[in-house]
Write a new protein. Structure first.
Lengths: 484, 91
């Protein structure tokens, strides 16, 4: 039986084939599939709010060996996050031309023909991953995701991007193999690989080794310190839309699986949790340090992703007994969504700024004669959300996290989160202060470039990140929905 | 020393050697080879875990098969990337 659950994966995949087969109308395929998938995601979320979680066994085969899609609040929130970011990115990518009979520059045509199939397949893989009910399907989804994400990185074709893609793909393969080894060990320990079996795994020694291997593989894919070595180069050398997708969404796939395992296993992953919390903390500081030292804007934003991934993983790891402290993992989920929106807005804005100024050196941002004000404004709002100032969703997420930590008297972690926040503010104000510098005396000469669709996309995403804080009751209510 | 232990230790040894090479070498072809060795090592461990008293469990073998398909694809993509990078270096 076809349902939203299977369509939401199948549709982008079919559209990817269509876009690859008809490169001239790739833009049409892409925009159409993005809009329809987003509509499906919204209808899925509405259905969930009214009728509770859902489960579909593909081709009628039940667990433990069948393929099962599970839609609960967390996975549907992730699907919604993917859809919102992809609408904005689709807007920006439509500047490469949509209509097949319109003549576009050769460079735009080749980017368009490459981008849409790769991105649609990535979208399908991400949705499949969020909805998968077993570990082996998650592995398969990661393989599709890994290959298409590398394609997106290499799209710009510059030597730096190609080299970064090579490192990305080889690191990704190592992560996948660790994941596969872990999944197979889980199977040999308990004879099943569905996610519901994770609590059984965490009671056995061999099961804990399997979980450790799976988490190690995920840490490579999520670019968690010290396994983040491949990431800043890959995210900063790709084209802006690809960077936005890689940084906002693709790393979230691995974080989502870590979160899912953490929720399912409850209190059992003791030492693994500690390791994750330490790695997250180190990532938070190392990423912030890299961002403070960065000389180029794209590199600063990429390093900031390392830091934010660290914060989210730390929030997941300290959650401990999830039954009593549901607030922790909901905070982590909210931080994931808010980071996705803000980081995508930021990368698109940076792309627009670099396009107007012709460079992305931070020291050259406060030139008087040219001010891409719309993109700078979008960057500023996104920065507010990333730092976690009210009223953004980032603020709500951090508030819930710190509130839970204080309740548990975990003052060390409170201090670490706040220090990380201060460092985020420090590196982002390096950029924002340059945008604000210069008073009315320069405005006479300053030239403001015309609005482009990319400015709209960046501003839209940043505004959603800002408003989601005011409407955070909605995602939190969605997160409460479980499959009975 | 039963055959499955030989397989597991040989597989683990391959994984270790491949990881060492990946961490220490920058040469692209060597790294592609090391990744292939890593995958073969993992496959050997998985195969050995499927050995039973009388019957061999088919599910780990299916895992290995998926892994092989992925490995072929990724190796091809890596070699294509390496060739492109070389082309840029020659210019």
């Amino acid at each position: 039986m076809m349902s939203e659950l299977s369509l939401i994966v199948l549709l982008p995949l079919l559209a990817a084939v269509g876009a690859a087969a008809m490169p001239r109308s790739a833009g049409l395929w892409g925009l159409g599939a993005t809009v329809v998938t987003a509509a499906l995601a919204v209808s899925l979320a509405l259905g969930l709010m009214n009728g509770g979680g859902r489960m579909v066994a593909i081709s009628g085969m039940a667990a433990p060996l069948g393929i099962r899609f599970v839609a609960d609040g967390l996975s549907v929130l992730m699907v919604l996050m993917t859809s919102s970011v992809s609408i904005a990115v689709a807007l920006q990518a439509s500047s490469w031309g949509v209509w097949p009979n319109r003549v576009v520059p050769e460079r735009a045509a080749s980017l368009r023909a490459g981008f849409w199939p790769l991105w649609l397949a990535t979208m399908a893989a991400m949705n499949a991953l969020f909805l998968s009910g077993d570990l082996f399907n998650i592995y398969v989804a990661f393989e599709i995701l890994g290959l298409t994400a590398v394609g997106l990185t290499a799209l710009s074709g510059t030597p730096a991007a190609l080299r970064a893609s090579f490192d990305y793909l080889s690191a990704g393969l190592v992560g996948s193999l660790l994941l596969l080894l872990g999944v197979a060990m889980a199977y040999s320990a308990i004879g099943r690989v569905d996610i519901a079996a994770v609590p059984v795994l965490s009671d056995l020694v061999s099961g804990r080794i399997a979980l450790g291997l799976i988490v190690a593989g995920l840490a490579v894919k999520a670019a968690l310190f010290p396994l983040h070595f491949w990431m800043p180069a890959a995210h900063s050398s790709a084209t802006p839309v690809a960077s936005a997708l890689l940084s906002a969404l693709v790393v979230k796939a691995a974080i989502y699986v870590i979160l899912r395992l953490s929720i399912e296993s409850g209190d059992a992953m003791g030492s693994l949790r500690l390791a994750l919390a330490l790695m997250g903390t180190c990532a938070m500081f190392w990423g912030a340090y890299g961002a403070i030292r960065a000389t180029r804007l794209k590199l600063l934003v990429a390093h900031s992703t390392v830091a934010q991934v660290g914060l989210i993983v730390m929030a997941i790891a300290v959650s401990g007994e999830t039954a009593q402290h549901a607030g922790f993992w909901q905070a982590a989920a909210l931080l994931m969504v808010s980071h996705a929106l803000a980081k995508a807005a930021m990368f698109i804005a940076v792309g627009r700024i670099a396009e107007e100024l012709g460079h992305d050196r931070i020291s050259g941002l406060n030139r008087d004669e040219l001010r891409p004000a719309a993109a700078e404004f979008a960057f500023g709002i996104a920065a507010v959300s990333l730092i976690g100032l009210p009223p953004t969703a980032g603020f709500i997420g951090k508030w819930m996290l710190i509130d839970g930590l204080i309740e548990r008297d975990a003052w060390i972690w409170v201090a670490l989160v706040l220090t990380g926040t201060a460092m985020t503010a420090a590196y982002l104000s390096r950029v924002v202060s340059r945008f604000l510098r210069g008073g009315p005396h320069i405005s006479a000469r300053a030239e403001q470039p015309a609005w482009r669709i990319g400015d709209l996309a960046a501003l839209g995403l940043a505004t959603v990140a800002l408003l989601l804080g005011l409407a955070s009751a909605m995602p939190l209510a969605l997160l409460e929905v479980t499959v009975l | 020393m039963t055959p499955d232990f030989i397989y597991i230790f040989a597989g683990a040894g391959l994984v270790g050697l491949a990881m060492y090479r990946l961490a220490t070498r920058r040469d692209m072809l060597l790294r592609v080879l090391a990744l292939n060795f890593l995958a073969i090592g993992v496959a050997m461990i998985l195969q050995a875990s499927a050995f039973g008293e009388t019957l061999t469990d088919a599910v780990p073998q299916a895992f290995v098969l998926t892994g092989i398909v992925v490995l072929v694809g990724v190796t091809a993509a890596l070699l294509a990337l390496a060739e492109q990078i070389d082309g840029h270096d020659d210019e």
